[in-house]
Write a protein that binds this ligand. Structure first.
Ligand code: UFG
Length: 337
């Protein structure tokens, strides 16, 4: 029998890529999304690429009755929870909105899952729970001390999940701590479409390459890294999406934390250079002051996920950036809404 999976935030960047793979793997999916930072066009594209229909529910997860309705209408057997607000800077400006949205949504979802006897959950956490790491690479036992409200919502939801799984042994939860997801679907028709000015490096670089912005601001070249610019563990969004399917296949009683990254780092300058190579466009940049709250380097220890999920991220930086460029050059204005 086909399993039905609820994908919250399924119209968003990582959720949409994961949804395509779920359809291709034969799952039925229900996407619950409030479209506050995503587009219905992504849902249409998911159906084209996945070659199947999706049940779409436009709901705000902070409304518990609305969440209950989704479970009443569909035979849901597992949940992948992506939905949430996720901009670091905004979370510092509007902490209450971040706590209310992310925590209330998670609690409503867990409540309704239990009420409907659904115990399988994969949660979208973040490497941001580690804050400024003491040691590299970062393994799952490293101290967690996020440096902003957004990161704290991720850690608090992790804590809630650990507590519910301790209280009731029917829960099977995997908490996935993503490093830096970039890239796009290889068709070039699904990708990241940030509203307003992109906060993150790769969407910004892509908008410069396509001519929507003048130049990249490099936030510091005096970091303690080989070329002085920040180093991150970038992971292809399709490798990450495959990690979610593996996480769903490898749920165990209780609650477990898993890093999803590649274990390899790339600097800001390497990202700019590689984008110039794959796009054939010049990327003008200017070095400016460090951004508040940034760290020099973030790198995942990935052996736990490799072993437990029988999964590995193997697309390299060139593939990540050429796929991001295919999406950006085919859809210069993103989904166009
Ligand atoms: N950077 C620039 N210029 C820009 C944007 C970024 O030089 O315009 C640099 C940053 O200083 C950093 C690197 O590019 O060295 C990557 O920055 P991103 O903003 O793309 O990614 P972060 O690692 O800062 O943030 C990401 C996620 C957050 C998450 C965080 C920690 O976007 O959601 O990782 O896990 F909280």
């Amino acid at each position: 029998m086909t399993r039905t999976i609820l994908v919250t935030g399924g119209a968003g960047y990582i959720g949409s890529h994961t949804s395509v793979l779920l359809l291709q793997r034969g799952f039925d999916i229900v996407i619950a999304d409030d479209l506050s930072n995503s587009s219905l066009r992504a849902v249409e594209t998911i159906e084209v690429l996945g070659d199947r229909r999706v049940a779409f529910e436009e709901v705000d997860l902070t409304d518990q009755a609305a969440v209950a309705g989704v479970f009443d209408r569909h035979p849901i057997e597992g949940v992948i929870h992506f939905a949430g607000v996720k901009a670091v800077g905004e979370s510092v400006q509007e902490p209450l909105r971040y706590y209310r949205t992310n925590l209330t949504s998670a609690m409503n979802l867990l409540d309704e899952m239990a009420a409907h006897e659904v115990w399988d959950l994969v949660f979208s956490s973040s490497a941001t729970v580690y804050g400024d790491p003491e040691m590299l690479p970062i393994d799952e036992s490293a101290p967690t001390r996020p440096t902003n409200p957004y990161g704290r919502t991720k850690l608090m939801i992790e804590d809630i999940c650990r507590d519910v799984a301790r209280a009731d042994r029917r829960w099977r939860i995997n908490l996935l701590r993503y490093f830096n997801p970039i890239g796009a679907h290889s068709s070039g028709d699904l990708g990241e479409d940030p509203r307003g000015i992109p906060n993150n490096l790769v969407p910004f670089v892509m908008q410069v390459a396509v001519g929507r912005r003048q130049q990249v601001e490099v936030f510091g070249n005096d970091w303690d890294t080989p070329d002085g610019t920040g180093v991150r563990d970038y992971i292809h969004v399709l490798d990450l999406a495959e990690g979610h399917l593996a996480a769903l296949d490898h749920l165990e009683t209780g609650c477990d934390e898993l890093n999803l990254g590649t274990g390899h780092g790339a600097s800001v300058f390497e990202v700019i250079k590689t984008t110039e190579n794959v796009s054939g466009k010049a990327i003008p940049f200017e070095v400016v002051d460090r951004r508040a709250g940034d760290i020099a380097c973030s790198l995942a220890e990935v052996s736990k996920a490799n072993r437990r999920l029988d999964w590995r991220a193997d697309r390299n930086l060139e593939v990540m950036l050429s796929d991001a460029w295919r999406w950006q050059s085919k859809h210069p204005e993103g989904y166009g809404d």
